[in-house]
Design a protein around this ligand. Structure first.
Ligand code: RP5
Length: 164
């Protein structure tokens, strides 16, 4: 069965990354969510990525904070797309994680999204957009979601706008 695999470096990342899980649930996209650390449990991370790929993981989302190497390590273990989500926290409040996640060497890409909650949500949307390349039903659902978002902008504007 095809699914999205979400890894996070620590249980402390769960609250933010549950936002990604909520989006996938809203669109009825199957996912698996695990804690595995590039630094604290390197062997578990290696074994998990290999077994998830065998089970049908089509896209990986990897969230980590501070010296965030998880997404890069996942990218080293699979040719499936890897989306990195930098977590806030630590002395630099996410800037460290963002640079660690985004600055991959040539040929080993990690699609890095925004720091924190917006990044978590966008990681789910980006994963679905990748799946939707070969899933027409999901593509239509994503399109409908865009239409709703545009309508919301219009109704929000009606609530606040004042014109001369
Ligand atoms: C990273 O270090 C984790 O992804 C987390 O964002 C950060 C802090 O981890 P904890 O000390 O809270 O477990 O590896």
């Amino acid at each position: 069965m095809k699914f999205v695999s979400i890894l996070m470096g620590s249980k402390s990342d769960y609250e933010v990354m549950s936002e990604a899980a909520k989006i996938l649930e809203k669109f009825s996209v199957a996912y698996e969510l695990v804690v595995s650390s590039a630094h604290r449990s390197p062997e578990r991370t290696h074994e998990y990525v290999k077994s998830a790929e065998e089970k049908g993981a089509k896209v990986f989302i990897a969230a980590a904070g501070m010296a965030a190497h998880l997404a890069g390590v996942v990218a080293s273990l699979t040719t499936k797309p890897v989306i990195g989500v930098p977590m806030k926290g630590g002395a630099m409040d996410g800037m460290d994680a963002m640079l660690s996640t985004v600055q991959m060497p040539a040929g080993m890409p990690v699609a890095t999204v925004a720091i924190g909650k917006a990044g978590a949500i966008n990681s789910a949307y980006l994963a679905m957009q990748i799946l939707a390349i070969e899933d027409e039903e999901l593509r239509v659902k994503l399109l409908e979601d865009r239409i709703l978002k545009a309508k919301k902008v219009e109704s929000d504007s009606l609530e606040v706008e004042k014109r001369i």
